[in-house]
Design a protein around this ligand. Structure first.
Ligand code: CP
Length: 305
């Protein structure tokens, strides 16, 4: 059984096939309207979500399938003490594929063990978010036309940001990628990623404390939110929350073909005025999420148009 728990579960070749399928879905939506007829997707979300849950549901509906699930732990029997393993085991009798988000790192992996249907990790704590990574790769592929020869600035909360951790792992497999980490000292990328990914693979990276000093170098600026829910101490959150705010002034020195990305939700780290800039790709990015999830559902279920 093939699950998607970590972005590295997919080979570069499998990612290429998903991107190709995503492109075809965008070009020929009508071809895919009944591919998942009589199939059910269960969305088990133990943590809040707008984009991931609704794009999964929209993806399955666009493929002609059905959806069931819950959107918070409170509305499931986990509030009565049921284990995640028991929950997914039961749901595997009601659905053909599961997309699951959980605040605990590793919960989707544990849930997938010995299960007879595919489990997709829709975000586990500060760990991984592989379908956001697929969404990001789809965005880069469509907006930049390549996944190699890129300088990527990652800005904001690089310590807790699971989307950043997953994207770094995925992009580190492509040729000639340079990473620029833009964060306050307290929200630096964890040491294990610096060592295990960058240093072990000999990937070029640098760490800076302002976005202005690197703006002209960037092909992609990947903004992130400082995540209140990951802090143990509110005072630390308040001190760091406004560390990096992208506005139209800061974009003056940026390249004309810069692609500004953000997994969303945004709080205030991108001024709303930037939304009007043609380089702002984050709302398009959220739309691509639906099509790449359609491709993923089809692939994990072994279906074709
Ligand atoms: N990008 C993302 O994971 O958004 P949601 O939390 O709204 O699903």
């Amino acid at each position: 059984m093939k699950h998607l728990i970590d972005p590295m579960d997919l080979t570069v070749q499998e990612i290429d096939q998903l991107l190709e399928l995503g492109d075809d879905i965008i070009a020929h939506k009508e071809k895919y309207q009944e591919v998942c007829k009589h199939k059910q997707l269960a969305t088990l979300f133990f943590e809040p979500s707008t984009r991931t849950r609704l794009s999964f549901e929209s993806a399955m509906l666009a493929l002609g399938g059905d959806v069931l699930g819950f959107s918070s732990a409170d509305s499931s029997s986990s509030s009565k003490g049921e284990s995640v393993s028991d929950t997914v085991r039961v749901v595997s009798g009601y659905a053909d594929i599961i997309a699951m988000r959980h605040p605990k790192e590793g919960a989707p992996f544990l849930a997938s063990r010995n299960l007879e249907i595919p489990v997709i990790n829709a975000g586990d704590g500060g760990h991984n978010h592989p379908t956001q990574t697929l969404t990001d790769l789809m965005t880069i592929h469509r907006e930049k036309g390549r996944l190699h020869d890129l300088t990527i600035g990652l800005c904001g909360d690089l310590k807790f940001g699971r989307t950043v951790h997953s994207l770094i792992k995925a992009m580190s497999r492509y040729e000639n990628i340079h990473f620029v980490m833009i964060s306050p000292e307290e929200l630096r990328l964890p040491e294990y990623i610096l060592k295990d990914v960058f240093e072990k693979k000999g990937i070029s990276y640098k760490e800076v404390r302002t976005m202005e000093e690197v703006m002209p170098e960037l092909d992609i600026l990947y903004m992130t939110r400082v995540q209140k829910e990951r802090f143990f101490n509110e005072a630390d959150y308040i001190r760091l929350k406004d560390s990096f705010i992208l506005d139209t002034d800061k974009l003056k020195s940026a390249r004309e073909d810069l692609c500004i990305m953000h997994p969303l939700p945004r709080v205030n780290e991108i001024a709303t005025k930037v939304d009007e800039d043609p380089r702002a790709c984050y709302f398009k990015q959220a739309r691509y999420g639906k099509y790449i999830r359609m491709a993923l559902i089809m692939t994990l279920l072994g279906l074709s148009a």
